[in-house]
Design a protein around this ligand. Structure first.
Ligand code: MG
Length: 362
């Protein structure tokens, strides 16, 4: 493509897949045993293909999200490859319905694919297109809701791979059990490794206050979503009472949710999810808001794309590492000594393993 020409969108190709997890991931809010994903390709008139991927959490949402993305095809084909402009145009189209939930997922899938196509068409990595520089990004490893021994064993495995942070799911029937798991993990990883914990929204605010007061003595890096994600007043109450930083963000739909959470004082740190926050376009806006408020930014899932975006985020904090979707990726994120290493491939670093995509196709 000659520089100066703007490519046009020729078509969207949408493929739902169900990717089994090597091991089911237990949380206080249920078990995740597979990843229902919708893979979206944007094809331009010059034949460039950009990739985007969204996670529908439940297979029940897989076909509806895939249909929604397909139904957006006629709204974007023939338009110039301009992600922020298309975001505005789709936001107007969906204003009366709302852009949370499945609509937000569909818009994020298209946005991710558009940015990938834009960078590939210009022959540059996404980080460079966004004005950033690729650098190593610090990762933490996830630990499931697996009790004292299971959690300690998983945490030790991450540390043996060079990770300097681990995040354990808690929210056991009693706070004593939460503390026992944290202490088992601490014993396994030693004093230098950062330990985060995640309640996955399972407490009411009053109980969350009681529990975080106990957890304050454990030297945790953060306590995540102690109560319902959209109960900003409840989170603010917990954040006021806790000395440990409170972390929220993975369930914010767009920057308006983020704004409301910040205005409420709900969270000391922020961890937008690149899908729910609105794709690359939404992430860039969230990063600017976080910078203005001096809030450290971590990521949620999407390690390949998030690592690149954290390189362009002024208050970058931690990357949440996850290997759940590696089976459909030709080049999953490389991690060396606990740091994500960003390839200098064009685009956002997403390439499908087509054989695996066929195998997991729905
Ligand atoms: Mg979480």
């Amino acid at each position: 493509m000659a520089s100066g020409d703007t490519a046009l969108i020729r078509e969207l190709i949408v493929r739902p897949v169900r990717v089994p997890m090597p091991e089911p991931h237990r949380t206080a809010s249920g078990v995740v045993a597979e990843s229902p994903l919708v893979l979206t390709d944007v094809v331009t008139d010059s034949g460039v293909v950009g990739h985007g991927m969204v996670f529908t959490y439940t297979p029940a949402a897989l076909a509806p999200v895939a249909d929604l993305i397909r139904n957006c095809g006629p709204l974007v084909t023939g338009l110039p490859l301009a992600p922020a402009e298309i975001e505005q145009s789709l936001a107007r189209r969906f204003r009366l319905l709302g852009t949370q939930g499945l609509v937000g997922m569909a818009m994020a899938a298209i946005d991710m694919a558009l940015w990938d196509a834009l960078a590939r068409g210009l022959g540059m990595p996404l980080v460079r297109l966004l004005g950033g520089a690729a650098k190593p990004v610090r990762c933490y490893g996830p630990v499931g809701y697996d009790g004292e021994d299971g959690s300690a064993a998983t945490a030790a495995r991450w540390v043996s791979r060079g990770f300097t942070g681990v995040k354990a799911k808690i929210g056991y029937p009693t706070v004593d059990e939460d503390v026992a798991v944290i202490r088992a993990v601490r014993k396994a990883v030693g004093p230098e490794v950062s330990i985060m914990v995640d309640y996955n929204q399972c407490l009411v605010p009053a109980e969350a206050v009681e529990r975080v007061r106990r957890l304050d003595a454990e030297g945790l890096a953060w306590i995540e979503e102690p109560t319902l994600a959209h109960d900003y007043a409840g989170h603010a109450m917990v954040a006021r009472e806790a000395r440990t930083p409170i972390q929220c963000g993975e369930n914010w739909w767009g920057t308006t949710d983020m704004r409301h959470a910040i205005e409420a004082g709900a969270s000391d740190y922020v961890m937008p999810d690149v899908m729910k926050i609105g794709g690359v376009t939404g992430w860039l806006r969230a990063a600017a808001i976080a910078q203005a408020f001096g809030l450290p930014v971590s990521s949620h899932l999407w390690p390949e794309l998030s690592a690149r975006l954290l390189c362009c985020t002024p208050t970058s904090h931690w990357l949440e590492y996850s290997d759940w979707w590696n089976p459909v990726l030709k080049t999953p994120l490389r991690v060396e000594n606990g740091m994500a290493v960003i390839s200098d491939d064009d685009g956002s670093g997403i390439e499908w393993d087509e054989e695996a995509v066929r195998r997991f196709a729905v």
